[in-house]
Ligand binder design. Structure first.
Ligand SMILES: *Cc1c(COP(=O)(O)O)cnc(C)c1O
Length: 231
C-alpha cells in the first residue's frame, strides 16, 4: 500500500468513526452520505479514494473540476457533487460533470442550469443553498427566499429538487445554525415531499450537523489533509 493510500484510508476510517459516534449520540441509524471534497487535490488522490470505496466526491471550482472529473467519473461511476458557488456563465460546464449541485441560490442560476441540463440530455439534482450567516458572506439564498426558489426549481423540467444545503456561519456556533436549517428543511418538505436532503457539516463541525439531521456531509481536510501544501 502506498503511503498516500494508507494516509487516505486512515483519514476515511477516522471520519467514519466520528460519524458513527455522532449517529449513536443522536440516536440515529440512518447513515448520511459522505461526500469527500477533493478540491485542490490531484486526480491521483481521487483514484485512490475510489479504490478505497468512496462513491461520492465534491468539488467547488468549475475550472478545476472540469479538468479533473470527466475521466475519473467516466471510469468509476462516481456521483459528482458540486458544492461551490456557481457563476451563471459556468452553468453549461457544471452540467457536463455534476450529478448533484449543492449550491443553487438564485433564480437566474436555476434557469441557466435547467437549460444546460437539457442540452446535455440529463437531469441534475439540486439542493438550495441557504445563507445562515446573519452577517452575510458565505453564499446562499436568504431563508425567506427559499420557498419561492423551491417552487421555481420544482417547475423546471431538468432539475430535481432534493433539499437544502448550508455552510456554518462564521460568527456563531454551528449547532443552532444547523438547527435553523433543519426547521427550514421541515417546512420545505411540507410543500415538496421529495426534498429530503440536508447537506451540512464539514471537517470541523460534522458532529453538529449529524445531531441536526444532516443527510449529506461534505468533508475534505479531515480525510485528505491540509490544502495549504497543495496550493
Ligand atoms: C471545501 C469545502 C468543504 C470541505 O471543507 P473541509 O473543512 O476541508 O472539510 C465543504 N463544503 C464546501 C462548500 C467547501 O467549499
Amino acid at each position: 500500500m502506498s503511503d498516500r493510500r494508507a494516509e487516505l484510508a486512515a483519514g476515511l476510517a477516522r471520519v467514519h468513526e466520528r460519524v458513527d459516534a455522532a449517529l449513536s449520540a443522536a440516536g440515529r441509524t440512518d447513515a448520511p452520505t459522505l461526500v469527500v471534497v477533493t478540491k485542490r487535490f490531484p486526480t491521483s488522490d481521487l483514484d485512490l479514494l475510489v479504490d478505497l470505496g468512496v462513491t461520492d466526491i465534491g468539488e467547488n471550482r468549475d475550472q478545476e473540476a472540469a479538468a479533473k472529473l470527466p475521466e475519473v467519473a467516466a471510469r468509476s461511476g462516481l456521483t459528482v457533487h458540486f458544492v461551490g458557488q456557481v457563476q451563471t456563465r459556468k452553468a453549461g460546464s457544471v452540467a457536463r460533470y455534476a450529478d448533484v449541485v449543492h449550491s443553487l441560490d438564485r433564480e437566474k442560476l436555476a434557469r441557466a442550469l435547467d437549460r444546460a441540463a437539457e442540452r446535455e440530455g440529463r437531469a441534475i439534482e439540486v439542493l438550495l443553498q441557504v445563507g445562515l450567516d446573519t452577517a452575510g458572506g458565505r453564499g446562499g439564498a436568504p431563508a425567506a427566499d427559499v420557498p419561492a426558489l423551491a417552487d421555481l426549481v420544482a417547475g423546471l423540467e431538468h432539475l430535481r429538487l432534493r433539499g437544502v444545503m448550508a455552510v456554518a456561519p462564521r460568527c456563531e456556533p454551528p449547532r443552532p445554525a444547523f438547527a435553523r436549517l433543519r426547521e427550514l428543511s421541515e417546512r420545505l418538505r411540507s410543500a415538496h415531499p421529495g426534498a429530503t436532503a440536508i447537506s451540512a457539516g464539514m471537517s470541523g463541525d460534522l458532529e453538529d450537523a449529524v445531531a441536526e439531521g444532516a443527510t449529506h456531509l461534505r468533508v475534505g481536510s479531515a480525510i485528505l489533509g491540509s490544502r495549504e501544501s497543495h496550493g
